[in-house]
Design a protein around this ligand. Structure first.
Ligand code: DX5
Length: 216
């Protein structure tokens, strides 16, 4: 059983004290930090750019993944790599040159991830799978934190696992102590958690602990 990694996403953090919130996650043994990048076109929300990745880089030694929920991510790969992202995730729906985009991410020295939205068939990833490090199976429609986990997501994760025994499967959206065991049982090993960590009443460390305990 691979080690289950928890990746707090800063979308639900208090951005006014971002460095502190990132440090809280690091001290609570988070495995990496996700910066949810949104451009107001690919998703109906506008969030962070490379400057925020730089700020997170200054605040933690943890690896940083930049989840680019943006149109034409190929235009911004250098900027996010230079800012300190060690894993760059692009949406399969957002670029017409996914192979070249993935190659470029790796040339920049970052790991390459592809995120896939709920309505996109997992089979759309078949040809790119051998070239990437991770697939992020979106378990909500991207754009906002605090949304409801899509109940049929575990079936989609199982279909991805059937396509590849090696690929690292990340999930993102509505992941908490209740949904975490469902997605792990289906084959996910990297759990992005925003509101269930940064919105947790007992604080960040307690939120991360609650998810780990639900998996024990
Ligand atoms: C896309 C965002 C969210 C975020 C997780 O909507 O990228 O998925 O990471 O948010 P929660 O954990 O609050 O659903």
């Amino acid at each position: 059983m691979p080690r289950i990694e928890i990746v707090p996403s800063i979308l639900s953090a208090d951005v006014g004290r971002l460095a502190e919130q990132v440090k809280e996650a690091e001290e609570a043994d988070a495995d990496r930090i996700q910066v949810d990048v949104m451009d107001g076109h690919f998703v109906p929300n506008l969030t962070f750019g490379p400057l925020v990745v730089e700020a997170v880089r200054r605040a933690t030694k943890l690896p940083i993944e930049a989840h680019l929920m943006i149109e034409r991510p190929e235009l911004f790969l250098e900027a996010f790599a230079k800012a300190g992202a060690t894993l760059i995730e692009v949406q399969v729906e957002a670029t017409s040159s996914l192979f070249r985009t993935v190659q470029r991410i790796k040339e920049l020295g970052a790991k390459a991830g592809v995120a896939i939205n709920p309505a996109t068939p997992i089979e759309d990833l078949r040809e790119i799978l051998p070239y990437i490090d991770l697939v992020n199976v979106m378990t909500v429609e991207p754009g906002f934190g605090g949304q409801k986990f899509i109940p049929r997501s575990p079936e989609k994760i199982r279909r991805l696992r059937a396509l590849s025994q090696e690929i690292e499967i990340e999930v993102d959206g509505g992941i908490d102590a209740r949904s975490a065991p469902l997605v792990v049982a289906a084959g996910a090993s990297v759990l992005v958690a925003g509101s269930s960590v940064y919105g947790y009443k007992g604080g960040v460390a307690a939120g991360i602990k609650a998810i780990h305990e639900a998996l024990d």
